[in-house]
Design a binder for this molecule. Structure first.
Ligand code: ATR
Length: 288
């Protein structure tokens, strides 16, 4: 008998910390779908040899059934996996990393990146009146997360981005790679306090996360209409967000991005776009 149950997983090394099984498992149960979502640990040395095999049909005595129909990709494989795919879309190419791989109708392995979608959807959900075209955005950080956030903002129409990173050359490389000359400018880390005309601040660094140093920044110049967002979600209310709230500013926490980035992946794997709900966010925060 052929087992047609759809199976997906997150691959990484280590992979035990990944929240993806909680998110996809929640939606599989909520929508009553006949699917599975697991974890696959692949060491960097064996990625090239083993990666494509997990999508192959298993037909031996130990295991029978379809291979995986897709995977989420986490640390440290987000870049390495790009060279092992049949197709990588423009979004993933621009961001320079793949976080979702799915098999298309022709059986080709396709890579995309849903983090930009995740950040923008979360921002829209919490600040529906945010106007990208008139925004002046101050981004802290220039790593992989910053690339995704900035890509999403520029696609939405933002024309003024300032990027403050400890290592300034990484901010400059990001601007060059995403071809943002004229739209984005690097700022010295010592000058990381946002100017008074900034309408959105985004922390994409790991600063402020549990176990990491605090993000030391002065945001008192911000106008009362400014929005402050953090992609860190442990703790949910980072010091940056607390300070912003004390100043009466609107804030956007990081948990929504985590959930939103998983929605298009779930659709690619299981065929339906899930809706976000508070119960899932609470489940994730309880386990954090
Ligand atoms: P991610 O993919 O999550 O963005 P990353 O590429 O390792 O991860 O980027 C981490 C970001 O946090 C970078 O912007 C990093 O700054 P550098 O590029 O200068 O390393 C920033 N970061 C981490 N620890 C920091 C610290 N102690 N002070 C300032 N910035 C820090």
């Amino acid at each position: 008998m052929t087992d047609k149950r759809r199976r997906a997983a997150v691959i990484g090394h280590p992979v035990a910390h990944s929240k993806s099984p909680v998110i996809h498992g929640h939606w599989l149960e909520k929508y009553g779908l006949d699917g599975e979502y697991g974890r696959v640990d692949i060491a960097p040395e064996t990625l090239a040899r083993d990666f494509r095999k997990i999508f192959d049909r298993m037909d031996n005595n130990a295991a029978k059934g379809e291979g995986l129909c897709g995977v989420n990709v986490t640390v440290p494989h987000k870049q390495a996996v790009m060279g092992l795919l049949d197709f990588v879309d423009d979004t993933a190419r621009a961001i320079g990393a793949v976080n979702t791989v799915y098999k298309d109708a022709q059986g080709r392995l396709c890579g995309t990146n849903t983090d930009a979608f995740g950040y923008m959807e979360n921002l829209k959900a919490h600040v529906p009146d945010f106007e990208p075209v008139h925004a002046a955005v101050h981004v802290l950080g220039a790593g992989g997360a910053a690339r995704a956030v900035i890509y999403g903002l520029v696609k939405a129409g933002v024309r003024d981005i300032r990027i403050a990173n400890r290592d300034r050359s990484r901010a400059e490389a990001l601007i060059a790679d995403l071809r943002l000359h004229g739209l984005a400018h690097a700022v010295d880390w010592d000058l990381r306090d946002p100017d008074g005309d900034v309408t959105l601040v985004v922390n994409t660094t790991s600063l402020g996360m549990k176990g990491q140093p605090e993000l030391e920044i002065d945001i008192k110049n911000l106008d009362f209409s400014a929005i402050v967002s953090d992609i860190v979600y442990v703790p949910l209310q980072t010091k940056l967000l607390q300070t912003a709230q004390e100043q009466g500013l609107r804030t956007v926490t990081g948990i929504g991005m985590l959930v939103q980035q998983a929605r298009p992946a779930f659709e690619a794997f299981f065929g339906m776009m899930p809706e976000i709900d508070g119960a899932l966010e609470r489940k994730l925060l309880d386990q954090a």
